[in-house]
Design a protein around this ligand. Structure first.
Ligand code: FAD
Length: 439
């Protein structure tokens, strides 16, 4: 794109709100953070660029809650994450919006209905009295001597400011942290996991479809690609039954630039290209499924995700960096705010999965504290973590628990008149346990 410069004119913009807690982004981590802070009596606002909550879980149709269960070679299944994740899942269950757990290697996941997810978040957010601005973009930060004191937003009404005491960056991409000057990393030597365009199919006969195992589907894709019949870049695909039994969630595409080039989800040209490529690929997977996989003969695409599913972009450099070894060695922390037994599920040229066995690791509070910026917490898929560690910790149940912890931490910081970096993590843990968390 061009390199000419245009000088923006300095102008006064209205401050439209003075809040205690401002949450930027309404994915799983942002919803949990906003609801928790508001339920503690904080004047809380969440801003979200779409007209609904859910982030990658809904707009990206990631479509399942991973990370709730234990991981064991014997497939002994125990729910090890509860807290906000458990509360949300129970609400989904009460409206038939989530299916029973289905096995995923040594562990399990639950597929949900995207509309039920949106409605569940709406009810929690409105019930807690959170102020919501949908269709609103975070545009910039307002800094006072290294402290974040406000944000600039942009929407149909133009550019306006919101002031607050504590901010929670739940954009998934660390947009606020990066803009505030916090040091951020980008994958492993610039490599991040490939995105996926997820889609849903109707008219699936699951009785027939379950006759072919995932390994057989993978082998069939391999054969068909080798014989040049189909162009299917990913072989290890997930075909999952939705809560409505004749529907399927298809997590199959792999969006890479020519030569397995990285797609940078913070670069608009890359995002734009990925949307075209994602929609092209889903038609090819549809053709393959209808032609060759039992139970899909009469199937059809219901919809594609609202946007390309971005697994990873920036991660903050926090007060602690979650290490790959922490996952593999099932490390526990005194300041833990969440457990996880989800494997390292890395979507590179191949999907590589490393399971934990009969154990779990913990995520410490410090991964949410960006270095160099005060009054900011960062939650969800942009926490401070090494590349493979993030490939485990990024899933929905853990994002919920990070938001849960951050929402209470924001309240605690405001009540005690200290920075989020100084709050008593023991207090956060006590609160979380009293509200159902397994810690
Ligand atoms: C393809 C794919 C498949 C996945 N599969 C699974 C799965 O099966 N199970 C599972 O548990 N997890 C899965 N995940 C992971 C999971 O969906 C995400 O990691 C999780 O949604 C992250 O939550 P989050 O709150 O950190 O961020 P996000 O879900 O990314 O939410 C960020 C929110 O912030 C908003 N936002 C971003 N920038 C701005 C801005 N500048 N201004 C205003 N709003 C903004 C976005 O619109 C969005 O709503 C998958 C992810 C992908 C991409």
């Amino acid at each position: 794109m061009g390199s000419k410069l245009h000088m923006e004119t300095a102008r006064a913009i209205p401050v439209i709100a003075e809040m205690d807690v401002v949450v930027i982004g309404g994915g799983p981590s942002g919803v949990a953070a906003a609801v928790t802070a508001a339920e503690q009596g904080m004047r809380t606002m969440v801003i979200e660029r779409y007209g609904f909550f859910g982030g990658m879980s809904v707009a990206g149709l990631s479509g399942t809650v991973c990370g709730l269960y234990s991981s064991s070679r014997t497939n002994r299944l125990e729910q090890i994450v509860d807290g906000f994740a458990g509360r949300f899942v129970n609400l989904l269950k009460s409206k038939d919006g989530i299916a029973e757990p289905v096995p995923f290697g040594h562990t399990a996941l639950c597929v949900h209905d995207p509309l039920s997810w949106k409605e569940t978040a709406d009810a929690l957010i409105r019930g807690a009295g959170v102020h919501v601005l949908f269709h609103t973009w975070f545009a910039d930060v307002i800094m006072d001597e290294g402290r974040l004191s406000g944000i600039v937003i942009e929407n149909k009404e133009g550019r306006r400011a919101i002031r607050g005491k504590v901010f929670i960056d739940a954009t998934g991409d660390g947009d606020v942290a990066a803009r505030a000057g916090a040091p951020c990393l980008f994958g492993k030597d610039g490599f991040v996991q490939f995105p996926t365009m997820i889609f849903r199919m109707g008219g699936v006969d699951w009785k027939l479809a379950s006759r072919m195992s995932p390994a057989e589907v993978e082998a069939l894709i391999g054969e068909q690609v080798s014989s040049g019949n189909y162009e299917l870049p990913r072989r290890h695909v997930y075909l999952l039954p939705m809560p409505r039994r004749n529907e399927a969630l298809i997590n199959a595409t792999r969006i890479a630039k020519p030569g397995n080039g990285v797609v940078n989800g913070t670069v608009t040209e890359d995002l734009t290209w990925s949307e075209f490529e994602g929609r092209r690929q889903i038609r090819e997977y549809e053709r393959f499924l209808r032609d060759l996989v039992p139970g899909f003969k009469e199937s059809y695409i219901i919809d594609s995700a609202v946007q390309i599913g971005i697994r990873q972009t920036r991660t903050i450099l926090g007060e602690y960096v979650l290490k790959n070894d922490d996952i593999l060695n099932a490390r526990k922390f005194r300041t833990a705010i969440a457990r996880s037994a989800w494997p390292i599920e890395a979507h590179g040229e191949e999907v590589k999965i490393a399971y934990l066995n009969d154990d779990y690791y913990e995520i410490p509070y410090e991964v949410m504290l960006p270095r160099g910026v005060e009054q900011l917490l960062t939650v969800g898929r942009c926490i401070s973590a090494e590349h493979e560690a993030l490939a485990s910790a990024r899933v929905t149940a853990q994002c919920f628990e990070e938001g849960f912890a951050a929402g209470y931490a924001a309240y605690s910081a405001i009540r005690e008149r200290v920075a989020p970096k100084q709050v008593d993590v023991g207090e956060i843990r006590k609160f979380m346990v009293a509200h159902g968390a397994n810690l």
